[in-house]
Design a protein around this ligand. Sequence first.
Ligand code: SF4
Ligand code: SF4
Length: 221
Amino acid sequence: MKREVRMEEISDGKLYGPEDMVRAGCGGCEGCSACCRGMGSSVVLDPLDIYRLNILGKVGMDELFSGYLDLHVEDGLILPHLKMEGEGEACGFLDENGRCRVHPFRPGLCRLFPLGRFYEDGGFRYFLQVNECRKTSRSKVKVKRFIDTPELERNERFVADWHYFLLGVQDFLKGEEGRERARDVNTALLKLFFFAPYEGERDFYEQFYERLEAGRRLIGK
Ligand code: SF4
Ligand code: SF4
């Protein structure tokens, strides 16, 4: 989602594409789990994350939403995030050895860190958040290898389409009609993109774009 920050303060001043090398390699986070603790509501999930955790990782939907996720509001829009709780405010998927129990199915933002996304012109590029990762001796790694996401081109299209759709919803919610229908629209969008289980035998992106059409109709776009 949107963050109002000055790029020169948080990045190395460069923007990266999937084929570029970036100094983000943190040795598989060996001995460190700082990003899995105390993150508040900042690890926001998208529909692919639900598909990954529920369909691929076999975490039941009830278990997911009651045990591991919470909802929060961003500019009027309700979205799920990884819940940080207990001593040390840890993500529920973090095990006693400080490793991720769902590593192959971890959410997109967990794959991305310490990279971020800079959105422009209907798409986005990556940037390196220089003040975030605690490892001081990071290695250079190709962006697409670091992100470890199959079908990266389709994934990037999905990430951008989802981002700009959410911005459209937030704009809609600021208008008169949006303010009147905010509760119903939020409930419908949560059901459409997050609560209604995806089908494991079908391609995720096909299912997402069907739902996106329905989401756009909901807000009259
Ligand atoms: S899902 Fe895994 S990688 Fe992501 S915050 Fe939780 S424990 Fe860490
Ligand atoms: S601070 Fe760096 S090394 Fe530690 S968990 Fe986060 S990305 Fe990995």
